[in-house]
Design a protein around this ligand. Structure first.
Ligand code: AMP
Length: 321
């Protein structure tokens, strides 16, 4: 028996969800680009604890790709994705709706990025991938209008995206709570990503250096805390860069930023202060490299939790690590 309701357009989705938002049961929404993995599974399972109906969108959004080859090679595994959702539906007992729209359904007037979120999109991936966050903001805006969820679950692996979407929600006045889920990692520490399947075996081995590099940053902060000294962000960047400086890896960025505003932090700081250490690395041989991102929040755990819950309207939630 098929448990998952598949909807290929917003008209079918509206029928499946039924009624106006006020009349129907709460909906938890997990937006994805498919090629679902254990990280996505954790988000869907978390969604299942938050509402009786879970909508998972599977849409490879063309407007957020800044390179045509990246869009062309992005993994697409729809039947496996639906099988994973069937498993979660069976295990949790919630109603799972898979929204699998076409480009035309999401962008009836043409695939043009129209929504821009200022400030938090300037640095990190915003600086390296022109137009990327306009594409993200545009698609999330369109998806929120189609799904009208009460809560949306996003992963902290894409930390800047989380902050951008939170800003979009404020800016556009969407009535939705954002839930921030922890990063799911493989046993060797590598953050699970759809793009990991594109790595050659030696690239997958090299990718282990990314969590190791972040751990070196965490250790430096822990040492400063134990010694009662301050943390130099230049020193922090340098231990991370050192771990990532090896043949087969090309650093795109290693940055230390304010996690709420996503602006670089320079100088020396109290090790209890929340800082986001974020990296983007090209893995493998040119030109067919795979760009991976990862991050870790540094500083006091209580501050981290407060930070993840914080927003102008107090809408964002999150716990765990
Ligand atoms: P994507 O399909 O890559 O666009 O990701 C869809 C959602 O899953 C985003 O909110 C991501 O942050 C989240 N996500 C991707 N990988 C992970 C992971 N390893 N752990 C937790 N969340 C993840």
């Amino acid at each position: 028996m098929t448990l998952v309701v598949r909807c290929d357009d917003r008209a079918a989705l509206a029928v499946a969800l039924g009624g106006s938002r006020g009349d129907r049961a709460p909906v938890a929404f997990v937006p994805t680009m498919g090629a679902l993995h254990e990280g996505h599974r954790a988000l869907v399972e978390r969604a299942a604890t938050l509402a009786p109906t879970v909508v998972v969108s599977i849409f490879v959004n063309p407007t957020q790709f800044d390179a045509a080859t990246d869009l062309a090679t992005y993994p697409r595994t729809l039947s496996e994705d639906l099988a994973l959702l069937e498993e979660v539906a069976g295990a949790t007992g919630v109603r799972v709706v898979a929204y699998v729209p076409s480009v035309h359904d999401v962008y009836p007037d043409g695939a043009v990025a129209t929504v821009h979120v200022p400030e938090v999109t300037v640095h990190l991936c915003g600086a390296r991938r022109p137009g990327h966050f306009d594409g993200v903001a545009t698609v999330v805006d369109a998806l929120l209008r189609a799904v009208r969820p009460t809560v949306m679950i996003l992963g902290r692996k894409d930390f800047q995206q989380l902050v951008v979407v939170r800003a979009l929600v404020e800016q556009a006045g969407h009535d939705v709570v954002i839930d921030a889920a922890p990063t799911v990692r493989a046993d060797d520490g590598v953050a699970i990503s759809s793009r990991n399947t594109l790595l050659a075996p030696d690239g997958r081995m090299l990718a282990r250096r990314i969590p190791r590099a972040l751990a070196a940053g965490v250790a430096l902060v822990a040492a400063a805390r134990a010694a009662g000294s301050s943390v130099e962000t230049a020193a922090l960047r340098s231990v991370v860069v050192q771990e990532l400086t090896v043949e087969g890896l090309r650093i795109d960025y290693v940055d230390v930023v304010d996690p709420l505003r996503i602006v670089p932090v320079e100088g020396s700081h109290d090790p209890e202060l929340p800082l986001l250490l974020a990296v983007a690395v090209h893995v493998g041989d040119e030109p067919a490299t795979v760009r991976l991102i990862d991050n870790v929040l540094l500083g006091d755990r209580e501050d981290e939790l407060r930070l993840l819950r914080a927003s102008a309207a107090g809408r964002m939630t999150g716990n765990g690590s």
